[in-house]
Design a protein around this ligand. Sequence first.
Ligand SMILES: Nc1ncnc2c1ncn2[C@@H]1O[C@H](COP(=O)(O)OP(=O)(O)OP(=O)(O)O)[C@@H](O)[C@H]1O
Length: 205
Amino acid sequence: MIQVEVTKQIKTYNGQQQLQIKTSFAPQATTQIFGPSGAGKTTFLKILAGLVQPEQGLICVHQQIWLDTHSNICLPPQKRKVGFVFQDYALFPHLTVEQHLLYGTTDQDYVQHLLEIGQMTSFRRHKPRHLSGGQQQRLALLRALSTKPHLLLMDEPFSALDNTLKQSIITDLKPLLVELKTTCLIVTHYPAESADLAEHTFELQ
Ligand SMILES: Nc1ncnc2c1ncn2[C@@H]1O[C@H](COP(=O)(O)OP(=O)(O)OP(=O)(O)O)[C@@H](O)[C@H]1O
């Protein structure tokens, strides 16, 4: 179970607003998070990953306290060990596709499996600047999976993929997430697009 109760001041076009979230997420399941543009979906994922600090809050993941502002507990991002698919991919320009994955694992068979899931086998020696937008997005997803994270946070991970490719990746991703016992949160503008992957839905107002 992931329990979250956080408050964060966010700067919007209309001035300061308060992002207030109190919810829980089912373990070893996938939840899609949707809501209007600017509602704070990306900020929420970054709070979970420890990349943005809320003013107040409690985050408890699989019975481990990651954040408790009352007790001054804040686990640093590297100790949370989440997988994160950033909206802008945040790839390493100097590394090839394969090197991105070997950064997260030394298991060559697993790297090969990930390349196959992402249909990236023939691009394994390419650097990001020689990949299309959709290939870069798939690499961002595969890199996030390379560490076999217990918590996978994905910010619009399928936005650059055509429907056929998206469905094929979702079909392969599902059993992998079950095998890894990964809890997965997906931010999406279009809940229908990841409906085959997600068992639960959370709306951020
Ligand atoms: N670290 C931060 N501190 C304060 N405010 C922030 C921070 N990061 C983002 N914001 C503000 O929070 C608001 C929500 O941004 P965010 O990107 O989280 O929304 P979103 O729901 O993901 O939007 P979209 O669907 O358009 O991607 C924005 O107005 C942004 O300027």
